[in-house]
Design a protein around this ligand. Structure first.
Ligand code: ADP
Ligand code: MG
Length: 277
């Protein structure tokens, strides 16, 4: 298989689902790591106050560390908050700290409160010496202002769906919110990718959920499916991605496949009425 080319324009991908525990953070760090291993420069912005993406990438996120919180409040630029991951030399992270937990409320009174991440990211990308091929934004499990900032900063949404009971519950609310963002704040935004996670091929339920999601979202769902795997869940407790922890595990291979598909599909083509911004 010929490796797919790196994107010429930065692809900014928000990983979102307002449900907790569906694999957003796991998907963010392991896809980002996989793409870095394929030769891309990748930036992960950790937008969850829990800082799990920062942990998995081996990036300190004690409260005193300059973080995405300072970026959102306009007190630092992304270049001040950026740290290189321990995972791969081409993989960088803007960490989140616990300070971010108050940001939903603090942001409310600020000017252009929905645009703050976009403004900071655009200014960083246009001034950085390093060209980033991909930016991933790991969202908290809510549809509040942090997630709105992520949707406004991104071109693409990747939705991880856990192959479990109630997998599709809340999905129409998420899609409805994305439509509102498209209409009022970011016409470029597309749901480009749906990834089935924690798939257990031995259960009928997982197969049924996968089939239902594929029927509804034929174009968006990746062929690659992430299996439920102990190695995937163990890696973060060592401050590692699954690729660093056990590169030959089925979880690592599945994330490499998903990354190859995302790279191969390229960015979604903008709709005709887009103004090309
Ligand atoms: P979210 O960010 O959506 O809250 P996480 O990525 O933190 O979800 O995943 C929730 C839990 O499920 C974590 O404990 C994680 O280690 C585990 N997990 C995620 N993906 C897998 C997988 N493919 N196999 C096994 N455990 C997984
Ligand atoms: Mg998470």
């Amino acid at each position: 298989e010929a490796p797919s080319p790196l994107p010429e324009l930065t692809r900014v991908i928000t990983v979102s689902n307002q449900k907790g525990g569906v694999g957003k953070t796991t998907t963010t760090v392991n896809l980002a790591s996989a793409l870095a291993r394929r030769g891309a420069n990748v930036l992960v912005i950790d937008l969850d106050p829990q800082g799990n993406a920062s942990t998995a990438l081996g990036v300190p996120h004690r409260p005193e560390v300059t973080s995405v919180y300072d970026v959102l409040l306009g007190e630092s630029g992304i270049s001040d908050a950026l740290q290189r991951s321990t995972d791969h030399q081409r993989l960088f992270c803007v960490p989140s700290t616990i300070n971010l937990a108050g940001a939903e409320i603090e942001l409310v009174s600020l000017v252009a409160r929905e645009q703050r991440l976009r403004t900071a990211l655009q200014s960083f990308l246009s001034s950085s010496d390093r060209f980033f091929h991909y930016v991933f934004i790991d969202c908290p499990p809510s549809l509040g202002l942090l997630t709105v900032n992520a949707f406004v900063a991104a071109d693409e949404v990747l939705i991880p769906i856990q192959c479990e009971y109630y997998a599709l519950e809340g999905l129409s609310q998420l899609l409805g919110n994305i439509e509102l963002i498209q209409k009022h704040l970011n016409p470029r935004l597309r749901v480009s990718t749906i990834l089935l996670t924690m798939y257990d091929a031995r259960t009928n339920l997982a197969q049924e959920v996968a089939q239902e999601v594929r029927e509804h979202f034929a174009d968006e769902v990746l062929d690659a499916v992430i299996p439920r795997s102990v190695r995937v869940s163990e890696a973060p407790s060592y401050g590692q991605t699954v690729h660093a922890y056990d590169s030959r595990s089925i979880g690592a291979l599945a994330y490499l496949e998903a990354a190859a598909e995302i790279a191969g599909r390229g960015a979604p083509t903008p709709k005709e009425h887009d103004d090309g911004r």
